[in-house]
Design a binder for this molecule. Structure first.
Ligand code: NZQ
Ligand code: ZN
Length: 382
């Protein structure tokens, strides 16, 4: 175990916390508020933000779409440059926060922002960001990652830099009251897979990381089981905090990480607009079966410590089945059939995209090459 760890995002958690931004963003800062398609206008969050910023000079950019695109975000980059913006306030889910991270970094760069996504430009500076989270799922509110899509070419790529880590995140579970059921389910599934990507790898004996990961998985399982009783403050607060902890860097410190499910899943979103979380549920079970030999010990550990199974000869496979059953209980498919043309064409298309994006050695052992990805896709696409 060897790592450096810091999570510098200050969290303001709880009901009524949006007003704290009044004092945490200095009043001499020119603020750009970035948001999505307008849910915040309908649920009162926009009004709370306006009130809190009454003594600030601020402007706004709206229309960041789910799976944010470079094409849209570049318009905000131009505004940030023109108006000499000092601070970006992202108000939304993972898409708005990720998009704001791209804007923050691209605004400090003279070239095309997409250079950041393809590694042509190393980010050395960014406009400081704060986040008001409206959808618990991605953990983007307190991590340094972002995923952006180039609509023109169907490229969905991640980038990571500490320069875009939010300075603060406001997490008021009341904002979740207007979330469609589908988005709440997406939040549970995305957070679940985030934990798995950092936990279901090798048997490394890191007791803190494993134990905390298992606690988060048990929480998500319980919240899924209690889905019918979701309209209560405790349920919302627990999901919001669990999803945050799933991807704030802690459980991934000093352990091997996988992320192959995410990289393959991104192609389903870029090609067929599958919701991010749903793309993961499509890929993960097939990927776990493909990587069974190397993941068996951790699958068995998960079976015992998360699902409460007794030791048995087929414990690892039972665990994969339990993961599938968990997704299906939430109404989330574990295979994909939304393609046009033949299954073979669909598989070929995803493999080609993975190749184009350099996703040719995925997983904790870099063992998932295009041949293995193809095998995974043969199972994942029905
Ligand atoms: O755009 P608006 O009108 O706000 O509507 C959004 C959007 O349509 C709506 N919504 C959000 N908060 C709401 C609400 N509707 C009613 N009430 C509220 N309180 O929900 C829809 C989906 O929002 P989106 O931000 O797209 O969802 P999510 O938070 O799941 O973010 C997904 C994006 O995050 C990326 C994904 O790839 C995807 O692009 N990820 C980012 C990660 C990171 N930065 O660490 C990690 C993840 O693995 C993930 O890849
Ligand atoms: Zn995710």
């Amino acid at each position: 175990m060897q790592f450096s760890y810091v999570n510098p995002t200050q969290i303001h958690f709880g009901q009524g916390q949006i007003k704290t931004i009044e004092s945490v963003i200095p009043t001499d800062q020119k603020v750009l508020v970035i948001y999505g398609g307008g849910s915040i206008k309908r649920n009162g969050v926009y009004d709370q933000v306006s009130q809190a910023l009454a003594h600030h000079q601020w402007s706004e950019f709206s229309g960041v779409e789910p799976n944010p695109t470079k094409e849209t975000l570049d318009k905000a980059v131009a505004i940030a440059k023109e108006q000499d913006i000092d601070f970006i306030l992202a108000v939304g889910g993972g898409s708005v926060i990720d998009g704001s991270k791209y804007v923050a970094a691209a605004a400090k760069y003279d070239g095309d922002g997409w250079d950041i996504m393809v590694g042509k430009h190393q980010v050395t500076a960014a406009i400081p960001i704060g986040a008001i989270l409206t959808l618990p799922a991605t953990g983007s509110e307190s991590n340094m990652g972002a995923v952006v899509t180039k609509a023109e070419t169907h490229d969905k790529l991640p980038f990571m830099t500490p320069h875009v880590q939010p300075k603060f995140a406001v997490m008021d579970p009341d904002v979740m009251k207007t979330l469609p059921e589908k988005q709440l389910i997406n939040g549970i599934v995305d957070a679940w897979v985030h934990v798995c990507e950092q936990y279901l790898t090798t048997d490394h004996g890191a007791m803190v990381q494993d134990g905390y990961a298992e606690a988060l998985l048990r929480n998500l399982k319980t919240l899924g089981e209690q889905f019918d009783a979701r309209d209560n403050d405790q349920w919302r607060a627990n999901l919001m905090w669990t999803a945050n902890q799933a991807l704030n860097g802690l459980i991934g410190s000093g352990v091997t990480q996988d992320w192959a499910t995410h990289m393959i899943g991104h192609e389903f979103t870029a090609l067929w607009a599958v919701d991010h979380a749903r793309s993961l549920a499509i890929v993960q079970p097939s990927l776990l079966r493909n990587q069974f030999a190397v993941k068996q010990a951790k699958l068995e550990q998960m079976g015992k410590n998360v699902f409460g199974f007794a030791d048995s000869d087929n414990l690892a496979e039972e665990t994969i089945k339990a993961i599938e059953a968990f997704y299906l209980s939430l109404g989330v498919d574990t295979q994909f059939n939304g393609y046009q043309g033949t299954k073979q064409e669909a598989v070929d298309t995803v493999v080609k995209q993975l190749e184009q994006h350099g996703m040719v050695a995925l997983g904790e052992n870099q063992a998932i090459d295009l041949t293995q990805s193809r095998k995974i896709l043969e199972l994942a696409i029905s």
